[in-house]
Design a protein around this ligand. Structure first.
Ligand code: KIV
Ligand code: ZN
Length: 510
């Protein structure tokens, strides 16, 4: 066990994107994938190409542009899906197919309406079709943890015979307890013929808050690949988070064994922040490892203890996960070189042209704001992740009086030309968003809105996050400005641009 490798498979861009309300555009996915590779992730599941044209495009772009990790695409166990993954991964330096089929009685009977024999035949056919098209093949038995164990072993044997070298055991509905899940892994190790040729992988959902405990129990029993997401994003209650499983394995190596872990832990906080910003899903302050309070000590007794010896109340150092003090990085006298240096320290690799554009924006911001913090620089970079913007603001004006009454008017550039409208509301945000709603020309309803200051101080940037609904689908948008009304309008327009882009990609596919 000591010195053995644990492989990290990240599914933030696939299972993580299945978090309700999360819809990422290709440039945002590429940015996340680049950061996952820097973090040390072995395999990046870039998406599910057959799910939508947008997913196909994102997987293809990541395969072409992101190096340093194996790029993986998800496919149901059918030849059409597998072919789509093969097309999307053509540009990858190293490619992995991840194909899955449900194996539990309840899924076979009610979802797939398939017998166990038909399921085995399907796995055999699909793996034969996939052979030679990818560098690696991973097979998942969806709902494995509720599958009859002997049948699960038979399915895995067929998968190994078909060329799969990674066998994934998903706890799809997060139903397992650690002891049960560990026993399943032991059973598979003891009963699947040829298992020594494969890596056992686990994919734990957090419906009972047991994803991390189950993952660790599986590792103790012999699993060597962990499927995880940044910040624990994912379907329903999410997946096990990369930060929790990594730090548990490292902090308690006395208990789990001294495994080789590829993750550069000092980058965990930074990557968490990037993912939170781009997905619009904020990290709870009390979240383990990356929450704002993870290293905060409130009570006098704790503060006294930590000052005397950090080990009294800290089981790992904030520095080990990159959670330093928010530092003042730059001011209005900072030069282009210092700015570029900081952008690269924050983990972004931007070309000359983008740096020049950002530097101009940075100078404008520095005129309005005395201290520029890491968070401010990150916000500037996020705003330049340019994808096609169907709608842009030409003009926005508002005024309000003391009684709360407000008026706003807006002029937008839309795909059908200039559009303008005005509205009154309870306060300038309400009036402005109503004016936008009227001017955009497609039916959209606001489902969630919140705003927060990115850093301390009266001149802090305000970040607005909105969720809007269009034809039953949720889209999120983000906007940042020193003026919170402008942030709110930008966030709304950003969400509407996501709708346009998704529709455009869908239409392009027909
Ligand atoms: O939860 C699950 O079963 C999945 C599979 C596709 C691996 O996400
Ligand atoms: Zn899942």
């Amino acid at each position: 066990m000591n010195g053995e490798r644990i492989y990290f498979f990240d599914t933030t861009l696939r299972d993580g994107e299945q978090t309700p309300g999360v819809s990422l555009q290709t440039p945002e996915k590429v940015e996340i994938a680049q950061n996952l590779a820097k973090l040390g992730i072995d395999v990046i599941e870039a998406g599910f190409p057959a799910a939508s044209p947008g997913d196909f495009e994102a997987v293809k772009t990541i395969a072409e542009q992101v190096t340093g990790a194996t790029i993986c695409g998800l496919a149901r166990c059918n030849t059409e899906d597998i072919q789509q993954v093969a097309h999307a991964l053509q540009g990858a330096k190293r490619s992995r197919l991840h194909t899955f089929i449900a194996t539990s009685d309840i899924h076979l009977e009610y979802k797939l309406k398939m017998t166990k024999e038909a399921c085995l035949d399907r796995v055999k056919e699909c793996l034969a079709f996939a052979a030679g098209k990818f560098d690696e093949i991973e097979f998942s038995a969806e709902d494995a943890s509720r599958t009859d164990l002997d049948f699960l072993c038979r399915v895995f044997e067929v998968a190994i015979e078909g060329g799969a070298t990674v066998l994934n055991v998903p706890d799809t509905v997060g139903y397992m307890t650690p002891i049960e899940f560990g026993n399943i892994i032991t059973y598979i190790k003891d009963h699947v013929k040829g298992i020594e040729k494969a890596i056992i992988s686990v994919h734990c959902h957090d419906d009972l808050g047991l994803a991390n405990a189950n993952t660790l129990a599986a590792i103790e029993a012999g699993a060597r690949q962990v499927e995880c997401t940044v910040n624990g994003l994912g379907e329903r209650a999410g997946n096990v988070s990369v930060e929790e499983v990594t730090m548990a394995l490292i902090t308690r190596k006395d208990c789990y064994g001294d495994f080789k872990i590829p993750i550069d832990t000092k980058q965990l906080t930074r990557v968490s922040k990037i993912v939170a910003k781009l997905t619009g899903v904020a990290v709870a302050p009390n979240k383990a490892i990356v929450g704002a309070n993870a290293f905060a000590h409130e009570s006098g007794i704790h503060q006294h203890g930590v000052l005397s010896h950090p080990g009294t109340y800290e089981i790992m150092t904030p520095e080990s996960v990159g959670a330093g003090e928010t530092n003042i990085v730059l001011g209005k006298h900072s030069g282009r070189h210092a700015f570029e240096e900081h952008v690269s320290q924050l983990g972004f690799t931007l070309g000359e042209e983008k740096i020049n554009m950002l530097f101009t924006k940075f100078k404008e911001l520095a005129d309005r704001k005395k201290h520029i913090y890491d968070e401010d620089v990150m916000a500037l970079v996020m705003d330049t992740l340019d994808y096609q913007k169907a709608i842009t603001v030409v003009h926005h004006h508002y005024h309000s009086n003391e009684s709360g009454y407000a008026y706003a008017d807006i002029r937008l550039h839309t795909p059908t030309g200039l559009s303008e409208d005005a509205a009154v509301g309870d306060g300038p945000v309400d009036a402005s968003l109503k004016a936008v709603e009227r001017a955009i020309g497609i039916p959209v309803s606001l489902k969630d809105y919140h705003i927060r200051a990115l850093t301390a101080g009266k001149d802090a940037l305000g970040e607005a996050i909105v969720k809007v609904e269009h034809e039953g689908v949720l889209y999120h948008g983000r906007g940042v400005s020193t003026d919170i009304i402008t942030s709110s309008v930008n966030a709304y327009i950003n969400a509407v641009n996501s709708i346009y882009l998704t529709k455009e990609l869908e239409e392009g596919a027909h």
